[in-house]
Design a protein around this ligand. Structure first.
Ligand code: SAM
Length: 324
């Protein structure tokens, strides 16, 4: 029997941006990372040729590629990847923990990067270093200073955990004062290393509403160029919440791993057997079997991949609180 393989075009998706995990190497082992230890244990890099092929596949559909990892600057060809991709019609953004290697690469890449997101979970060295390891806060702050000096637009990524939720009001003020264009706030997904090392750190739904969503909605930036982009996480009746949204069903998101696995949902990266797609021989192929696609087939009015919490149904992690 000949099995037909479906090759998918970027126009089969509704993509604004795609995520390329260009390396599994990382200088840190964050306790709450959604990637599993197995990902970091086998060092894998995406080749510059693969990055170029994916960029060519995506161009005309996506307008931006986000380069991450692991720590993207630990890819031996980080500079070439950023510069070569920026020479195409696609913008390049990166997400970094502010590593020394990123700062070393910055003079060579700053003109090629459209934006940088620096991960910083709290305005406190003690708290951040406990989550991400010694020197993590100082790295992030030094990188923010260098980005500001180089005139590169930057954002802060903040994953909110049970231990840091009380710092949200301070974090909003800190992020605005840092010169960031945006503060991206993530609900902590307890998967990967996070499931092993930070299992008790999910912010419960009720606290997410009162201590994060309400605080963000009430925050009035004094600088017009500063915005907050906060995950809604549960089906609260707030602007931006939409139970029907599903990144897998709606085909709005793609995350390419160095192994060739390609996911539509970032919740599942810990198990590559669940990836809906595979990048192989310069093409995007759909995978058969019990993948994320099979697990999200029917419209179910909430995310089927996460449990309910105190009567609150989880919604797609890509729902964002719309603030005025
Ligand atoms: C996996 S990291 C990779 C890039 C880089 N090494 C860094 O730390 O920014 C990408 C982003 O995911 C966020 N993140 C990691 N684990 C998470 C989790 N369990 N839930 C939500 N966000 C998470 C990080 O804070 C970071 O902003």
């Amino acid at each position: 029997m000949i099995r037909r393989v479906t090759r998918l075009a970027a126009s089969d998706f509704k993509l604004e941006s795609i995520d390329l995990y260009i390396t599994s190497r990382c200088n840190r082992r964050c306790s709450y990372c959604f990637l599993p230890d197995a990902y970091f244990d086998r060092t894998q890099h995406m080749t510059p040729a693969t990055v170029a092929a994916i960029a060519a596949w995506a161009s005309g559909a996506a307008t931006e590629i986000t380069v991450l990892g692991g720590e993207p600057a630990l890819h031996p060809e980080f500079t070439a990847i950023v510069r070569d991709t920026a020479a195409t019609p696609i913008r390049v953004r990166t997400v970094t923990n502010g590593s020394r290697q990123f700062r070393a690469a910055l003079p060579a890449v700053h003109q090629a990067l459209s934006r940088v997101a620096v991960s910083l979970d709290a305005p406190s060295a003690t708290v951040v270093d406990r989550l991400r390891g010694r020197g993590a806060f100082a790295d992030a702050v030094a990188t923010v200073e260098e980005l500001r000096a180089a005139g590169v637009p930057f954002d802060l990524n903040c994953t909110v955990l049970a231990d840091t939720v009380h710092l949200v009001p301070e974090m909003l003020v800190y992020a605005e004062a840092s010169g960031a264009g945006r503060l991206n706030m993530h609900w902590f997904s307890p998967v990967g290393r996070g499931a092993l090392h930070a299992a008790d750190q999910s912010v419960p739904a009720a606290a997410w509403r009162s201590d994060v969503l309400d605080v963000v909605a009430d925050y009035r930036p004094s600088r017009q160029s500063f915005t907050v982009d906060c995950q809604v996480a549960f089906d609260f009746p707030v602007p931006g919440a939409d139970r029907g949204v599903c990144a897998v069903r709606d085909r709005t998101n793609l995350q390419f791993l160095p192994s060739g696995a390609v996911f539509a949902c970032g919740m599942l990266l810990e198990d590559e057997a669940l990836a809906a797609y595979r990048w192989q021989d310069g093409a995007l192929l759909r995978r058969a079997g019990d993948t994320e696609l099979a697990r999200t087939t029917s419209p179910c009015g909430a995310c089927p991949l996460r449990p309910e919490d105190g009567g609150h149904r989880p919604i797609c992690i890509y729902n964002r609180l719309a603030t005025v």
